[in-house]
Design a protein around this ligand. Sequence first.
Ligand code: GDP
Length: 552
Amino acid sequence: MKASDLNAENSGRPPEDRETAKRLAELGCQIGSRRTFAIISHPDAGKTTLTEKLLLFGGAIRLAGSVKSRKAERYATSDWMELERQRGISITSSVMQFEYLGHIINILDTPGHQDFSEDTYRTLTAADSAVMIIDGAKGVEAQTIKLFQVCRRRGIPIFTFINKMDRDAKNPLDLMDEVEKVLGIEAYAMNWPIGMGSYFKGIYDREKRTVERFRPGSSHKTAEAALSGSLTDEEVREGIGADLLAALREEIELLDLAGNTFDRERVSRGEVTPVFFGSALNNFGVPQFLSGFLALAPRPQPRETNLGRLKPDSAEFAGFVFKIQANMDASHRDRIAFIRICAGRYERGMTVVHTRSHRRLRLAQPQQIFAQERTILDEAYAGDIIGVHDNGTLRIGDVLAERDGLEFEAMPFFSPENFARVSIANALKRKQFIKGIRELQEEGAIHVFRDPHLGVEAPIIGVVGQLQFDVLAYRLREEYGVPVSINHLTYGLVRWVAAEEPNLKLLKDSNMSLVVLDKDDNPAVLLLDEWKAAWMSERYGIKFYAEPAVNR
Ligand code: GDP
């Protein structure tokens, strides 16, 4: 008799039950150690810098390297990012994973530029929490507000890192007030800055009542270096100086008496944001932020589905596609679908059901995308993101699961607000052009409409932000070898109508409206603005819908 059988006999349970119990315990352990979050910020607040420092803690990037060099490396690996370099903005999202103090941390990078908000919003559906970076000198900026609102709608916990305290910043009390007033969320300071700019002396940890002193230029790499001592230490007091010490005492007293109280439950519901101060560039306050974050951030949470709540540690694998990207790497010229695993465990080569087609798919070579490098994954768990090669089967929002019929909440839909006719100069490139438009539409980068009187080679493209047209033209040229001309249209709104709408024929194509078909041949109308839409709806007795029928 084998030892395991003996144990089974002793425990009174058959061996296969014990095996299952062991597997489930292992699954729970793996999933419990996952923290998957997105970083949101206005461009230039320090997202790249903070991400890089976080990765450094996990040993993912062993050499510190400056932000610039990391960016430069990224450009070098993918030529369509040339556009990023030219414009100095980040337009792609990638996924990074690292291990730290027994946790597996997945960071979802989100593009900062407002024109890429659709992609960002979809990425946020894959995150269990968000980290919001605020530039201490600028406070809450426009793009931060928009992204914050999406996180808020999802009800995920939001952590705040107020960056660049080594520079002159706004008054920290005013910054806290700004977060509360502008974003409408309660803020709780986990630590407090002592001075700022050239007088920046460090941060005070409110829970531990310790001070970490700031020494400009030092690397602040390890958590050990963080604790410099308490406010009663003579050396610490001298280092801070009498004036700043008095100001610190006063501000802490004010926070203790008049500030919000710390409430873990409310943090997890996204009602209170824990606020950390620091300087990402100097790697200062970053270890404190990371350990505070890990203590409070949620493990993968259950998701609502049409079949009820799905627990992440359920034995069955389930996930959804939140992003598709073609030609990520010039040397591969392939298309990757990013899947957020919501439940269970992924195993290399496993077969799952593609809910939309009810067909079985083999996840043959899933990859983990680490910045632009790839490694083949053997296993992954709920909370992780895997990238799979896709030949056109997958769409954003598609569900892959062991059981058929499972559906998650619908992806947020963003109606395009800018429209243009896109055409090719060289008719010989027709095939490539059609392929490029189709693939970019499947990626979710553009909305494609068609004038019913014209063919697919004269599409009308809708986008949320103008800059997406530049990216479209750039990618068609670089990735598909098709130069295009883009003729902007004056319409600023699209409204869908019922397929059997009898009054649609009353609309004459004009500067005021244009009847089109969307990618699934649903009839829609391009209109100038909300006001004109309301007027036309009344005048012609047509009911307009903000989304196509499938989303309604
Ligand atoms: P992103 O656009 O949000 O990714 O911002 P980056 O991380 O690229 O940072 C924008 C600029 O701010 C860069 O020049 C950084 O070196 C600088 N920066 C980032 N963090 C700090 C900081 O803590 N202090 C100072 N002084 N500069 C910073």
